[in-house]
Design a protein around this ligand. Sequence first.
Ligand SMILES: Cc1cc2nc3c(=O)[nH]c(=O)nc-3n(C[C@H](O)[C@H](O)[C@H](O)COP(=O)(O)OP(=O)(O)OC[C@H]3O[C@@H](n4cnc5c(N)ncnc54)[C@H](O)[C@@H]3O)c2cc1C
Length: 444
Amino acid sequence: MATLNGNSPSEAPLVIVVGAGLGGLSAAVAIALTGHYRVLVLEAASRLGEIGAGIQLSSNCSKLLIRWGCAKYLEPNVVAPHRGRVCRWQDGEILTERIMNPAAEEKFGAPYWHIHRADLHQGLLDRARQLGVELRTSTPVAKVRTGDDETSPGVILESGETLECRFVVGADGIHSKIRTTLFPGFEKPRPTGDLAYRFRVATADMLDDEILKPLAETPDTHSWWGPGKHIVGYMLRGKQMYNVITLFPDDGSLGDATRGTGTSDHLKEIYDGWCPKVTRLIEKAQESQLIKWKLMDLPPLEKWNVGRCVLLGDACHPMLPYLAQGSCSAMEDAAFLAECLKHLPDQLEIAADIYSRYRKPRATKIQMFSRDQRARNHLPDGPEQRERDAVLKNPDQQTRAHVWTWDAADGSPAGDWVTGLHGYDAEHEAVKAIRSEGLALSKI
Ligand SMILES: Cc1cc2nc3c(=O)[nH]c(=O)nc-3n(C[C@H](O)[C@H](O)[C@H](O)COP(=O)(O)OP(=O)(O)OC[C@H]3O[C@@H](n4cnc5c(N)ncnc54)[C@H](O)[C@@H]3O)c2cc1C
């Protein structure tokens, strides 16, 4: 680790990251890479190892992982999809198709990747350990202290122990204790009205099946959109595994819980009457794997910082999964924050404030886009759906009619949404933000 102002690594100021999910570990890696700080990650769970299934990583995120030196840990397990297709639920008609790779690299300077969540988590963990990040598991944090003129920031553990530090990052997920301490009156997460099932099928099994074979031959992403629900499939782990995510209306079967087991019969019932590829995929789902998730949401916070403490990832902006941007946004947060901490090591409150003010509008916009996308994916059959499908089938109309654009702050023409989403570079944006505040960049 490099040193700051002549400090040896053991004397470098300490940053505590609460939560070792994808957001927390990304923050740990990015902050350790500044060379200015020691990083300690506190995780409530006794064991690390992310459950879950596939994660789609667009170029806005893969470019950061590559810069952070994570590629060598991840590449053996990533799949770079060729095409992204949207299909109609009933007959599987392809409504639109977009080239994903190599176009992502050509347009946005980094690939589009699919990866198993556990592989991404392990890759970040390996890189964090290599950079000297310290990790304590079985360490639930109860509260945070944001620091003022008299006291330094720190965290109070559920055991009662207090750990002091120079800066705190709350990456403790949607049910964040750090958020509750910083903004006690703020709303609690609420159900979106949708549930998800995720499961995996071995591609070897699919290659033996005439209906599923085309899905297992080329690494494309398929989304089938239907009334009130949709389903997405793509390959993972060196194309050995096919990952399926299904989203459908909450039938109340989980009660107050946010996660539970499901049954094959339930899944079959939900997608009864869908096209043969979907129904055959569902027949292949193993009941032992069927975890049911309740999708939760939170309205945007007013800000993400108090004193020398900030929130990051799902703790401040949980994303509905309709745009597959939750982890990507958490990594953008991590990269932006690390640049602020790197360039403003003696003005950490200002660094926290810049991070919150400049990152929040983008994250809020993606949250809103994700909600719109839910409605768009799930249109009931009828005039609006036919209009949507006609636009999807006609690339010229897609460009003209597209619903979302990004406002360019400098007055240049607003970009289309894919460019805005995948072309963003969180580190460059942080440097621009610091400069636009009239502050000098660190020379170290
Ligand atoms: C069905 C589905 C599909 C998705 N697909 C994609 C996708 O394709 N692409 C994408 O980018 N995103 C996707 N997402 C979103 C993504 O999974 C999340 O947005 C992202 O993982 C959030 O990461 P996080 O680190 O902020 O929070 P979390 O993953 O929730 O991590 C929080 C961590 O903090 C720990 N913790 C909690 N409380 C405490 C405490 N008090 N003290 C210490 N530790 C604590 C937890 O144990 C956990 O390890 C999907 C989500 C769902 C539900």
